[in-house]
Ligand binder design. Sequence first.
Ligand SMILES: [Zn+2]
Length: 361
Amino acid sequence: MLELASFSDSYAEARKKFVEAARRAGAKLASYKHPDERGPGGEALYLDVSVLGPGDASRVFVVGSGTHGIEGYPGSAAQRAWLRGRPRLPKDTAAVFFHAQNPWGFAHKTRVTEENVDLNRNFIDFARPLPANPGYEELHPIIAIRDWSEESIAGVFARLDEFRQRVGEKAFSDAFNGGQYSRQDGVFFGGHRPQWANTAFRGAVEAHLGRARKVSYMDLHTGIGPWCEHIYLCFHPEGSPARERARAWWGERAVNLQGVTHKKLATYSGTIIDAFAEMLPQAEVTSIVVEFGTRPRREMQRASMAQRWMRFEGPRDPVLAAKVRREYEAAFYPVDVEWRKAVLEQSRDFIDRGVAGISSS
Ligand SMILES: [Zn+2]
């Protein structure tokens, strides 16, 4: 049964549903409260962790939602629906769900944290010099539009196209999406210090996974891939045992970028899946990113620019900002019923495959 009631309109609603589903499934819960920030309704914000199965299991399958705040709505629905499906776990195996990894962004319906930071670029070593992204320096003045209009956006895309043709697809992706540490009011800003969500995530990994021997981490996102379909991003090197496990569990599509329209993905810095693996050197780690496709890449780039505009320019024009916000939210969290059914149907299958995979590896 596909329960569309698994989807929520607010962080508070999503959290309540997740916690209820975890309790009913018999999972243990741990919550990490944000010490300073609140949601738009004044609600407290948490990273919640549910542990289904033995707390000392040597094999653990982890599913994370909301690394990119707003993308956590479908991720949360997938987690809740799976927990409500009367899951049966193989021996010595646990399923651990991290709910709302960036709860501020989740509650405020944006990808970033309270400091405009992309959490998925924030897991760098801040004791070392910040990574440079000279390409972004060139793009920032183009992207940072002051007046949002169809004319100005068309102008931005003309200049982005010119840049891409000049430097090539890969360098364009690196510049735009790879992560940058110089412009606090830019897009894909990785931050100047670890975010609270970063620290909370590390604490939760240590507390719940430190004893596991085999761990898989699946991070749920939206925004890459075809409408109503999910795609996999596997960052384990070619030929590595981890990559072969991903292939065995989820099929060839787990490693061949099936469904990804742009094959020249950026080289991302400071991602949560890399941090996860580094934190568990004693374990055999298999990580995978799953994206539910929404809109074409160009519209997603427009949404990234909209997010920046809403935060830094939007307050000057609240009426336009409300319109831009509706478009932005739809890009990461569609209301369409068929899309939501697809999320539930497909996530049940790939989470089941992950659990079976880790238990047999
Ligand atoms: Zn994402």
